[in-house]
Ligand binder design. Structure first.
Ligand code: ATP
Length: 270
């Protein structure tokens, strides 16, 4: 593909085992994305149309992209990812065309899953209609709505979108036949945090003293992405000191480092 705002991946290597917590969210995606692609006949037999699109919302780094990739892996679908803000910045004047190309490609390479990250960048409620840049965003959104209305929900394309800001979205995007499933992706609780740390260190050589439960208690405000950073940083520390394996001491140090960065970020907020 020549369009560089899209990232097309034929097969994903992430699966649901790579996702910590989020069991309900995984179940939602199985019902609304996986089953329609793998067993369209079941829907036809019962006489219901599967949803065309699912909207995932929640804080940054909680696993929305990971979930979308994992469901693409399970269905062997082509995974096409676009980022809303890039669509707008890189293709000024051409956002609508890019959306068209995107759906053309999804059709050609079906079964496919179209993942739109940062949906809010193209689907916010219009603040100021007279502004040229806003009008351009509006055109891009219109095209997206038209494409979604135009395809058959029984076909082999599913759309997953993600946003951190459900509250700013244009309600038009949530109408039936568009994103008619909205799934909240929460920050990980203590059990999920321990799981996520385990997932991200499962190929690492760990000392026997590593206590994931304790680390989970120390990382209350950490997202999945932060926990990934903690595991990687612990590994780096062990390498730096030329150790045989990663010990609890390394994890404690990396946890302190990542958590103190998070706290200073919190303080910068207004
Ligand atoms: P954003 O809103 O910033 O796009 P996101 O919700 O899409 O974030 P991801 O890109 O899926 O977040 O997460 C970033 C990385 O953090 C993942 O590649 C993964 O390594 C880790 N991660 C996040 N959540 C989880 C989770 N629930 N289980 C395991 N790893 C996770």
């Amino acid at each position: 593909p020549t369009v560089s705002a899209m990232e097309v991946v034929e097969a994903q290597d992430v699966d649901f085992n790579d996702v910590g917590g989020l069991d309900e969210q995984i179940q939602e995606l199985i019902e609304s994305v996986e089953l329609p692609l793998l067993k369209p006949d079941s829907f036809a037999r019962i006489g219901i149309s599967p949803p065309k699109g699912v909207l995932l919302y929640g804080e940054p780094g909680t696993g929305k992209t990971l979930l979308a990739k994992a469901v693409a892996h399970r269905t062997q679908a082509t995974f096409v990812r676009v980022v809303g803000s890039e669509l707008i910045q890189k293709y000024i004047g051409d956002g609508a065309k890019l959306v068209r190309d995107l759906f053309d490609m999804a059709r050609k390479k079906s079964p496919s899953i179209l993942f739109i990250d940062e949906l809010d960048a193209i689907a916010s409620r219009r603040l100021n209609d007279t502004n040229g840049a806003d009008r351009e965003v509006q055109r891009t959104l219109m095209q997206l709505l038209a494409e979604m209305d135009g395809f058959d929900s029984r076909g082999e394309i599913r759309i997953i979108a993600a946003t951190n800001r459900l509250d700013v979205l244009d309600p038009a995007i949530l109408r039936p036949g568009r994103f008619d499933r909205v799934v909240y992706v929460p920050m990980p609780d203590e059990e999920a945090r321990a799981n996520i740390l385990k997932i991200h260190s499962r190929y690492m050589n760990l000392g026997e003293d590593v206590d994931f439960k304790k680390l989970a208690r120390m990382t209350e405000t950490a997202s999945g992405a932060d926990l990934n950073a903690i595991a990687m940083e612990a590994g780096m520390l062990a390498v730096r000191f030329d150790k045989e394996s990663i010990g609890m001491q390394d994890f404690l140090e990396s946890t302190r480092k990542v958590m103190s960065k998070l706290e200073s970020k919190q303080e910068e907020l207004p």
